[in-house]
Design a protein around this ligand. Structure first.
Ligand SMILES: C[S@@+](CC[C@H](N)C(=O)[O-])C[C@H]1O[C@@H](n2cnc3c(N)ncnc32)[C@H](O)[C@@H]1O
Length: 241
């Protein structure tokens, strides 16, 4: 594995968590309540939250009664999340490109945690591995962005000052990826990172899922679980078996 991939370095920094500290946990919890009740998941279920970041969904799902395992490539995030562990909640450093060893009732991939890799086969390998990690009646939930809406409402330049750090952000769509260039000065150093998320339309996702042997059962466009609309939906949420 290359250790210089953007997602290995950027997500492991404190700066990533500073830039995204205002993300809406209420929305995340609202979504978790809606999706678990829509899927009718019994409390005895074991859910894998992959990747879990610092564990915000995992902790909440566990508070709803589920047994939860959160996994993430970022050691710093997992070290942080471990403070919340209990007998039905555990966290581990986990590279989703590796085969999944256990079988879960549900696997959740939340908040645009997919489409980072150049090679389509790598994306499909992850989906195959997720399929193999599901029990026979298990369910997979992917919460991705709606790339068409992102394209139509792209904010090309933006400055955000958070905790005294001025983040200069530039966005573009290039070579099949949505690129977010982030530069800032912190701790007396100039830093530059580029987030890179593949421009995965619903059609492309459908072909990925098919190749991985995952059958899509529901397609939602937001955390209230309204129907997906290519032009207006904020999210692309896929539920598959
Ligand atoms: C946008 S964040 C979302 C995290 C979490 N789901 C949340 O909502 O807070 C994406 C996460 O993917 C993780 N990640 C990136 N590549 C990964 C990989 N190959 N295996 C596991 N996790 C990975 C990053 O470390 C980061 O925490």
């Amino acid at each position: 594995m290359k250790t210089t991939d953007w997602f290995t370095s950027w997500f492991d920094t404190a700066y990533y968590h500073i830039l995204y500290k205002h993300r809406n946990d209420e929305d995340a919890q609202f979504f978790m309540r809606n999706i678990t009740s829509f899927l009718n998941l019994p409390e005895s279920n074991h859910i894998a939250d992959l990747p879990c970041g610092k564990g915000r969904h995992s902790v909440y799902l566990n508070s709803l009664g589920y047994k939860v395992t959160g996994g993430d490539l970022s050691k710093n995030s997992i070290d942080y999340a471990k403070q919340f562990e209990n007998e039905s909640l555990d966290f581990e450093v986990w590279d989703m490109r590796n085969p999944i060893q256990n079988k879960y009732d549900a696997i959740f991939n939340l908040f645009t945690s997919f489409g980072y890799f150049d090679d389509d086969n790598e994306d499909i390998t992850i989906l195959k591995s997720i399929k193999n990690g599901l029990k026979s009646n298990g369910v997979f939930v992917m919460d991705f962005l709606n790339v068409e809406k992102v394209k139509n409402s792209l904010v090309k330049q933006e400055t955000k000052t958070i905790d005294g750090i001025e983040f200069q952000i530039e966005r573009e769509i290039k070579d099949g990826f949505i690129l977010k260039h982030i530069s800032f000065i912190a701790d007396n150093k100039q830093h530059s990172y580029t987030e890179q998320v593949k421009f995965l339309t619903l059609e492309k996702m459908q072909s990925y899922f098919e190749k991985a042997g995952l059958r899509i059962k529901h397609i939602f466009g937001d955390y209230s679980l309204n129907e997906f609309n290519t032009n207006t939906s904020d999210r692309l949420i896929l539920v598959a078996k």
